[in-house]
Write a protein that binds this ligand. Structure first.
Ligand SMILES: [Cu+2]
Length: 180
């Protein structure tokens, strides 16, 4: 987390250096630009490739397979409205070696760090309590042929990642839900 704060601090220091000498004639326009560029921004929806071709839905339907993939990885929903997510494990391998779930993460969650913690949470179906506040919703861990359905609401516009948190899966089993 420290790095997150170093960047604005540096920007502020540079800004102060640039404004050194105490002149009062720097314009307010310059101040605005500095403030904007030093604020860590959430990923704007427009920056997600292919999102312009995705229709808004209130029902996310996902399949997970033995090749460690979801069949889809990009969805668009309405912020503040209830969304249903259905996950089906269409694989054949046993849950112990190839279980799947779908975990919807809050904006800005460090997915790699989450995956690392999930690895250690076998007794909780790989849902790490250390990241409880980053989890919007999650399905059960599913074995072959099993299906689970959950409902949740994405609180505000932006980009939310979803992953399978079974050990080693998040690298290939991840996608984005864009709320608008
Ligand atoms: Cu998986």
């Amino acid at each position: 987390m420290k790095k997150v704060f170093i960047v604005p601090a540096l920007a502020a220091a540079l800004f102060l250096a640039a404004c050194g000498g105490g002149e009062n004639n720097s314009t307010s326009h310059e101040h605005e630009e500095t403030a904007a560029s030093s604020t860590p921004a959430e990923t704007p929806a427009a920056s997600v490739p292919g999102i312009e071709n995705v229709q808004v839905t209130s029902h996310i339907e996902l399949q997970a397979s033995d090749d460690m993939r979801f069949d889809k990885d990009l969805f668009k929903v309405k912020a503040g409205e209830k969304v249903k997510l259905t996950l089906k494990n269409v694989g054949e391998q046993p849950i112990e070696s190839m279980g799947h779930n779908a975990v919807v993460l809050d904006q800005g969650t460090d997915v790699a760090a989450f995956g690392g913690e999930a690895f250690k949470a076998k007794d909780d179906e790989y849902i790490p309590s250390t990241f409880a506040s980053s989890i919007i919703a999650h399905t059960k861990l599913l074995g072959p042929g099993q299906t689970d359905e959950i409902e949740f609401t994405l609180p505000k516009a932006g980009v939310y990642e979803f992953i399978c948190s079974f050990p080693g899966h998040w690298g290939t089993m991840q996608g984005k839900i864009v709320a608008e």
